[in-house]
Design a protein around this ligand. Structure first.
Ligand code: SF4
Length: 733
């Protein structure tokens, strides 16, 4: 038997509102008409006794009791105090009591709050969002809306944050999900509960709840999850194998029972929406123990986990998160052996949340703050890299044709997942998948990916591969010389060269055909001498960074995996690039000295990191097509370009800041001003999401002290002259 741990006490059975979506008064069950208005002192005493008896019998260390209605505040502060005292005296010394109250908020004045303060009662308030959404349903019997009054109560509750449990919002797909979300967030709740309106297969709801909740979820994530949202938190938790935090989702046995104002035990309250009398058990606190209730077939039905679900649900890929949805929503004349009437919505939302979860992994808000401030730590970049590994897997799955190469990959994934993970860590796997999905790359390269994974896993297989210029590229691993497109993974192959220095080890990538995603032409296969020149300069550059900017190295060691040599462009200047679809790779021409390469690595790695962040979070409105001027470019750029430039120049400024020679001072003076100006343009763009604004403000906090740093007048003058020369070049073009 699963003991009860949650008890809903219906302390008052009437309400001072006449909400049209309320399951108590507006749905099939009309039992409220037969019950006393207020829970009597005797019923309270028996209820407390039954709970205490149950706690003792099952050795429970905590129970939650929710004072509910109707509207529980109609019971008055005196009755609520008596209930709290009865529970307290019955349970003190036995277990912890988590006492809560759910209210429509209309009567919540300081008198009530004093009682709740004294007894530690936490208060949840129903708010359906902005005024339009709330007053559409939550109206007095005479039609007046209740929004203004609820907001006044919430102001009082926010003044006692330790009593503020959160908000309960009934979803209405007719309302604007973002306006509702923003109105809820404005009330600074510690938690929000989104409740799907009660409906059954007999009375189905309007369509669109999946879209509505998905839009709210995306906005909540983009905002950096400012409060807990029980529905979303439960999906994420169950997707990781953890518990659900709501009766509405998950496979855990229900441990909730309702006690009505007349002492009758009932099943989950929302069953009132199914049919008249649906929640009834025929048992009550005066004659029956809670163990008697636990044995009731209706209660048992909600405790059977997977076995208690409809066949469709048992075969569903998201059943461990969904659990068939809220029990009453499964009702169709004849019973509950059906998926939820919200099945399509739940499937859509859970799939969406899981997709996002796979990408976001565990990048914490503190780590995001570190990245915003500049270099970021190894853990933050590790989380970005983990997100990229998931993205590559998703991209590969979407791009790959099903056939022998795919079968080989799935076999390796099952037997030696680390071998496939190592191949997926190579940046240009995603570059191929992106092109394949766009129809600009063939499918044969999947064979090269499978061959690389097979070699890493020690699996001998014959694979069809893409061959260019007499070699088959083995992504991240090397090349196999061959003239044939069918290779054996047992054949000889040449390993890729690596550059190593100061704890960094990166692939010197000069073979992968998809390394040409950096807008510049990649260098052809390097000679041994050229590879040696790269190694020497790389070692020098890492030494410079380690000496002058040691804080940048751990993140680089974690996220920089690949250096791709570029052919010198016609203009003859040093060139470098990072590509959004190739996280971890930097492409560059071989510069003249180690200092230049160090600067280039710091600059481009900023692009790598920001690309990783943008793949996980919405920092600005991607639909905004306006162009913005960056101080260092003659052409206006989309916001992402300005964002990338500002973030990269944060590191460029930092690089020159450490240099005290005249050139270093001049560059520092120039880049700090230009970077600060770009940051202000971003902040004034009006297109940043709240999370994006936080991120850019983090950038500003790093740059602000630099503006106050003393720089010789000569360096400032030289910086201005350089800027003017630069502008003059724009004007001529
Ligand atoms: S999504 Fe549908 S089929 Fe899957 S468990 Fe939920 S209700 Fe059942």
């Amino acid at each position: 038997m699963v003991p009860f741990r949650q008890f809903v006490l219906k302390v008052h059975s009437r309400c001072d509102l006449a909400c049209d979506h309320c399951y108590v008064y507006e749905h099939a069950d009309q039992s409220w008409r037969r019950r006393p208005k207020v829970m009597s002192q005797e019923t309270i005493a028996w209820s407390a006794l039954r709970i205490a008896e149950h706690v003792k019998r099952h050795g429970l260390d905590q129970v939650a009791v929710v004072l509910h209605g109707g509207e529980p505040l109609l019971a008055g502060p005196g009755r609520l105090l008596a209930i709290a005292e009865a529970l307290e005296s019955a349970l003190t010394g036995l277990c912890r009591l988590d006492l809560r109250l759910h209210t429509n908020g209309l009567l919540l004045d300081d008198h009530f709050l004093e009682v709740f303060e004294e007894k530690g009662v936490k208060v949840g308030v129903s708010l359906d969002g902005d005024r339009a959404a709330h007053d559409r349903h939550r109206r007095y019997a005479d039609g007046r809306g209740s929004h203004a009054r609820v907001l006044a109560s919430l102001a009082r509750l926010r003044a006692r944050p330790h009593l503020y449990a959160g908000l309960l919002c009934t979803v209405d797909v007719a309302g604007d999900p973002i306006a509702v979300y923003e109105a809820l967030a404005e009330q600074e709740p510690p938690r929000v509960d989104f409740l799907l309106p009660h409906a059954t297969w007999e009375e189905p709801p309007p369509t669109g709840a999946g879209d509505w909740l998905t839009a709210v979820f995306d906005r909540w994530v983009a905002d950096g999850r400012p409060m807990a949202v029980r529905l979303f938190d439960s999906i994420e938790s169950t997707s990781r194998g953890g518990p659900s935090f709501t009766e509405a989702l998950g496979l855990e046995p229900s441990d909730l029972v309702v006690i009505e104002t007349d002492g009758a035990y009932e099943q989950v309250d929302s069953l009132k929406s199914a049919y008249d009398g649906a929640p009834e058990t025929g048992l009550d606190v005066f004659r029956h123990t809670l163990d008697d209730v636990a044995a009731h077939p209706g209660i048992r039905a909600r405790q059977r986990g997977l076995d208690g679900l409809a066949e469709t649900c048992r075969r569903c890929p998201v059943v461990d998160s969904c659990g068939g949805g809220l029990y009453p929503h499964r009702y169709r004349a004849g019973g509950f052996d059906n998926p939820s009437v919200y099945c399509a919505d739940l499937l859509q939302l859970i799939t969406h949340v899981r997709g996002r979860l796979r990408r976001t992994h565990e990048l914490t808000s503190a780590q995001l703050g570190e990245l915003a401030a500049g270099h970021g730590g190894a853990a933050a970049v590790g989380a970005l890299a983990a997100g990229q590994a998931s993205l590559r897997r998703v991209a590969l799955t979407a791009a790959a044709a099903r056939g022998p190469a795919w079968e080989l990959l799935t076999r390796i994934d099952a037997e030696r997942p680390e071998a496939l993970a190592a191949v997926l860590a190579h940046p240009y796997v995603r570059a191929w998948a992106v092109r394949r999905l766009a129809g600009t790359a063939g499918e044969a390269h999947l064979g090269n990916i499978a061959a690389a994974a097979a070699i890493r896993a020690g699996v001998t297989a014959t694979v069809e591969v893409e061959v260019r210029e007499g070699v088959a590229c083995l992504p991240g691993l090397g090349v196999m010389p061959t003239e044939r497109t069918t290779i054996s993974t047992a054949d000889a192959w040449e390993p890729v060269r690596r550059l190593t220095a100061g704890g960094l080890s990166v692939v010197l990538e000069d073979t992968d055909p998809y390394r040409d995603c950096h807008q510049w032409t990649p260098a052809p296969r390097l000679t041994s001498e050229q590879a040696l020149a790269w190694q020497e300069l790389f070692a020098g550059a890492v030494e410079v960074i380690g000496r002058e900017h040691p804080a940048y190295l751990p993140a680089m060691a974690e996220g920089l995996t690949t250096l791709t040599p570029l052919s010198p462009p016609a203009h003859g200047r040093d060139t470098s690039s990072a590509a959004r679809e190739a996280f971890g790779a930097i492409a560059a021409t071989l510069p003249a000295d180690a200092e230049t390469l160090a600067l280039l690595l710091m600059h481009e790695f900023q692009h790598v990191k920001l690309g990783g962040v943008l793949d996980l979070f919405d920092l600005f409105d991607a639909r905004d097509t306006r162009l913005f001027y960056a101080p260092w470019r003659e052409d206006p750029r989309p916001l992402e370009g300005l964002f990338q430039g500002a973030y990269a120049h944060l590191a460029v400024t930092d690089f020159w800041r450490a240099r005290r020679d005249p050139k270093g001072r001049e560059r520092f003076a120039r880049w700090r001003d230009d970077t600060a100006q770009a940051i202000e343009t971003l902040l004034g763009s009006g297109t940043l999401t709240p999370l994006g604004e936080r991120f850019v403000r983090g950038m500003r906090e790093s740059a602000a002290p630099w503006l106050a740093e003393a720089v010789p007048a000569e360096a400032r003058r030289a910086a201005q002259e350089e800027r003017a020369r630069h502008r003059a070049r724009f004007d001529r073009t």
